[in-house]
Design a protein around this ligand. Structure first.
Ligand code: GSY
Length: 171
């Protein structure tokens, strides 16, 4: 390293949980994110209870989106997210099945990042109502300009009825 600090980037993280004390997992994940060096938690969406997508024979999820400001490179940020998942005792026995907590890197500024471990913007986020609806609470730019305004995308997205506001965050 040449000692220069990386410019700060706004990153959007999707949080999801459908095992155990779901609200607590979200609260703990936000607290841990805010404590990590190189990460500042700027905003958090409301919490939504959402019907499971994909493997549907599993309990309902709580989902939300957090906006972070970070000077970590995307891969280092991913390491922090994985470490927080482990700290919170993430278990996931079935690939698309129930999990204690999931922290997905959705957007890293406006950058496209494609490595062995990362594909950002998250390749399925534009089809997922459980991501886009909470994202609308916190986002301050248009991530899919080529698809039209985010609000328009959300207005017509499939599965919208399965996303219900659960509570505002306590942030
Ligand atoms: O990372 C996605 C995990 N997941 C979810 C989720 O977070 N919410 C809902 N509603 N369905 C899901 N299916 C999968 S996999």
């Amino acid at each position: 390293m040449n000692g220069r600090k990386l410019a700060e980037v706004d990153a959007y993280i999707g949080l999801g949980t459908n095992m155990g004390d779901r609200e607590r997992h979200l609260r703990d994940a936000l607290a841990l994110l805010g404590e990590r060096s190189g990460i500042r938690l700027l905003r958090a969406s409301a919490v939504y209870e959402t019907d499971p997508v994909g493997f549907t024979e599993q309990p309902a999820f709580l989902n939300m989106v957090a906006l972070l400001r970070t000077d970590l490179p995307a891969e280092a940020l991913l390491d922090e997210l994985l470490d927080i998942e482990r700290t919170l005792g993430r278990t996931r026995d079935i690939r698309w099945g129930p999990r204690t907590i999931d922290l997905d890197l959705l957007l890293y500024g406006t950058a496209k990042v494609k490595t062995e471990r990362l594909d950002v913007p998250h390749p399925r986020m534009a089809e997922r109502a459980f991501v886009l609806i909470p994202l609308l609470d916190v986002i301050d730019f248009e991530p899919f300009a080529e698809r039209g305004a985010l609000r328009e995308l959300v207005a017509h997205i499939e599965g919208k009825d399965g996303v219900k506001r659960w509570s505002p965050t306590t942030l």
